[in-house]
Design a protein around this ligand. Structure first.
Ligand SMILES: Cc1ncc(C[n+]2csc(CCOP(=O)(O)OP(=O)(O)O)c2C)c(N)n1
Ligand SMILES: [Mg+2]
Length: 186
């Protein structure tokens, strides 16, 4: 699986769910594959998507909230896992696209090849924790998490590192992203 396949599979399953995308390639891919009012693109601040997603989930309990971030982002803000686990929002699906590198800045290795992020999520009291490596399993687990209440963590192993292809940048500015997203949360 590569980013394009994983993000296509995830976004095809969405209707009105709110998605908070991490900075870098994940926002750029999601914007390119399926831009929606319900997508918040974190421009620049690495590590913050998980904290923003948690805040949105707590404040919009009637909406399903999805965090879409990378291994490097999660490692930068690991404290977001026990914070979510202690607060137990029942409407949060935390997806980590784990390519074991900082792809956005040139594929420098992270440490997720030796550190089991899904085990950290379990220790942090996420209630539904899964690791997937295939597109079919990804689809099944996203459907399950969208249809069921709970605090879910889904580690998606991305075997195909990003080829250095041309991928568009998010064309909305941060103010527009905020306004659009807020208009979709009501
Ligand atoms: C605080 C901070 N440090 C570094 C960067 C530069 N940077 C942007 S994206 C990125 C890598 C993010 O890694 P990951 O979450 O694994 O996503 P991937 O790039 O693999 O898609 C880095 C290092 C930044 N934007 N902010
Ligand atoms: Mg990565």
């Amino acid at each position: 699986m590569n980013y394009r396949e994983a993000i296509t599979t995830i976004t095809e399953l969405l209707d009105d769910q709110l998605v908070v995308c991490a900075n870098g390639l994940i926002s750029r891919e999601t914007f390119t594959i399926r831009d929606r009012l319900e997508n918040f693109y974190m421009i620049g601040s690495m590590g913050m998507a998980s904290s923003i997603g948690l805040g949105v989930a707590l404040n919009k309990p009637s909406k399903k909230v999805i965090i879409l971030e990378g291994d490097g982002n999660l490692l930068m803000n690991l404290g977001s896992l026990p914070m979510a686990g202690s607060l137990q929002p029942g409407n949060l699906l935390h997806i980590v696209l784990d390519n074991e590198v900082y792809a956005s800045t040139g594929n420098q290795p992270t440490i997720s090849n030796v550190v089991k992020l899904e085990e950290i999520a379990k220790s942090a009291r996420y209630t539904n924790v899964k690791k997937v490596t295939t597109n079919e399993d990804l689809k099944r687990e996203v459907v399950y998490a969208l249809e069921n209440d709970g605090l879910s963590f889904l580690l998606v192993k991305i075997a195909d590192k990003e080829e250095q292809r041309e991928i568009g940048r998010v064309t909305h500015n941060p103010e527009q992203i905020k306004e659009r997203f807020m208009s979709a949360t009501d």
